[in-house]
Design a protein around this ligand. Sequence first.
Ligand code: F6P
Length: 557
Amino acid sequence: MQTPVDATTTPSWNRLTELSETFRPNLRRWFDKDPRRAEMLTFTAGDLHVDLSKNLVSPKVFSSLLELADDVRLKDRIEAMFTGERINTTEDRAVLHTALRLPRDAQLVVDGQDVVADVHEQLDRVCEFAERVRSGEWRGVTGRPIETVVNIGIGGSDLGPVMIYEALKHYGKFGLQCRFISNIDPTDVAEATLGLDPETTLFIVASKTFTTLETLTNARLCRTWLIDTLTERGAIPHDGGARDAVAKHFVAVSTALDKVSEFGIDPQNAFGFWDWVGGRYSVDSAIGTALAVYLGADRFRELLAGFHTMDQHFRQAPFEQNVPVLMGLFNVWYTNFLGAHTHAVLPYSQYLHRFPAYLQQLTMESNGKSVRADGEPTLYDTGEIFWGEPGTNGQHAFYQLIHQGTRLVPADFIAFANPTHPLRDGDHDVHELFLANFFAQTRALAFGRTAEEVRESGVTDEVLVAARTFEGNRPTTSILAGELTPNTLGQLIALYEHITFVQGVVWGIDSFDQWGVELGKQLAKELTLAVEGDTDALAGQDSSTRALIERYRQLRG
Ligand code: F6P
């Protein structure tokens, strides 16, 4: 393992610190002085057109950030990831989600394992299964074809499939729908099974470890629901029908195939992946089986090809034109030198309404760390808080704070030139009204409105002048693509995977473990006894937790 470089000891970090001390960004002036700023800071990554010019980055900051990338040996770290070095050090694992989208003729052998052959073997199985379900060849226990696929999973085994399902809804098979169950709140199962016909429902239990409490509990609830509802309507016999029903209505995705068969799912109906795929990086593995069924094998492969396009850009483009590298470095600049804590992601695409939620796991589970990979504490901030909503909804909710609040909130704006639904309102193409908002917001955030301009607009009361003045210099990145397709979506997701990696490298952390979620899981197990009324377990709790549980039990009646 390569010891992480402590970025704060590098000359570039010192240089950036010095620059930040006297940094007075002025996008108006920068754009006026340099008519080529937009051109110079706009890049192409695959099919994504990425304008970085409205970021608070001067030429000196830009070059110092590139030096920082060299100082922390980013190039070597990228190669280490792509070639299967065990860069997830706390779990002693390789990190090879990029191998999931390698073309069939690529070559990657890690520890004697032909990774590409393994990946394609599973991918072929998933695709073949997906086509059997779509064509109606795969039938439920009463002989009817599948109409609803219910994915049961949580975290990375849910957020990616949901986000992509929502994003690519338009590309799905007519007459087929997906539902998703993640929360252990029993409401989730109750609502998701409401109105479902068990004879035409297929459950996919998706869990990397196949030990996750939420997923296994929900899977058992769904199994009971399936058997009970089929039995009630006389579709299966009271005795002995359950096994067949589970075989026809349950499949699983996991790295732990032994646990899948313990659960009662036929290993023939299980799709595997590997410990070198992190949960939040797994949507392009068999975890995407629900998507392969809904979208079809060809579109699922297009999605993977999109990921691969961005992987190649990340691995090959020189850093000064490398979009994930630059976006990651800019985020470091905002976080560690300009004091930003959060980062907004604002898709001008209703289809991407779950993209911010997806990114929350990707970025915050990856980079929410305060210990470096060598065990030393990080003496600097890590892990921005990602959040967002689709435009224009966000405009009428929280943009006020981004425009005129006291906090610095870098924001990524994402849009597609061609609408999936080209609707008109009278003379207007509604998509153009929509995108005019995108351009208006990014312009207003960058350039604001001076007090002088407010006065010129006829406002004379100085209190109102102050209230209506926009300082500007609110940084944004604009990402534009031609159309929201499986391929462009794959590119977009991989872009953020790599941005996350770049930041993790600069911060010297292991972006691929998630020990921070373990304690809560452990305590929840322990506290279940207390919640269920075990007095000894209750007595062992702190006074606040004990009183809360007691109150809960009183209220529960
Ligand atoms: O939240 C912790 C976590 O381990 C995530 O990293 C993971 O995506 C999720 O739980 C679900 O895990 P599994 O796929 O093993 O059920």
